[in-house]
Design a protein around this ligand. Structure first.
Ligand code: FES
Length: 170
């Protein structure tokens, strides 16, 4: 059956989620405060935020797609293109680099056989550079999804990758 014109594209948000967001937005003086919440919800369902997700967010909050896009592209943990199941944000700020971050990053690039910004051929890992992740006291660090891992060594990185590969097979 053809999709109705006003029906949201499949897999972005469930009808109940949309209704809840519309109700919440109606209670706020500045609904744009909810942009990130909405984009995160779409990303949780879809893995990333396609153009239709930006448009849906704009429609729910009564904003333009450009207003939503400005926020979406500002936050590096909102993905505007497909990523692997486990996006890995490698800190490229000063504390991490001064404590071996470059070695960790190069090891991961080599281990996964990709360049920064690319996704491994098994579709599991995308490597992304990030500004300080807020864990300087535990540098060098990285984030996998929303989990920070610090005091990294090459061995610890190998363990993390292996764990995630096994979780994927489980
Ligand atoms: S510089 Fe890497 S977590 Fe702050």
């Amino acid at each position: 059956m053809a999709q109705e014109e006003n029906e949201p594209p499949v897999g972005l948000l469930a009808e109940e989620e949309i209704a809840a967001f519309i109700q919440h937005a109606g209670e706020l003086e500045h609904p744009r405060e909810m942009i990130i919440d909405l984009l995160r919800a779409i990303q949780n369902n879809r893995g990333w935020v396609p153009d239709a997700g930006v448009e849906l967010t704009a429609a729910i909050l009564g904003l333009t797609a450009l207003e939503v896009e400005e926020v979406a592209t500002f936050y590096d943990k909102i993905y505007r293109r497909p990523v692997g199941r486990y996006p890995i944000h490698i800190c490229d700020s000063i504390c991490c680099w001064s404590r071996g971050g470059e070695e960790i990053a190069n090891h991961l690039l080599q281990k996964l056989g990709i360049e920064m910004g690319q996704t491994s051929s098994d579709g599991l890992f995308t490597l992304l550079p990030s500004c300080c992740l807020g864990g300087c006291g535990r540098a060098p660090g990285l984030m996998i999804g929303r989990q920070f891992h610090g005091q990294l060594t090459i061995e610890r990185v190998d363990e993390l990758i292996e764990q995630l590969r096994q979780e994927d097979c489980a």
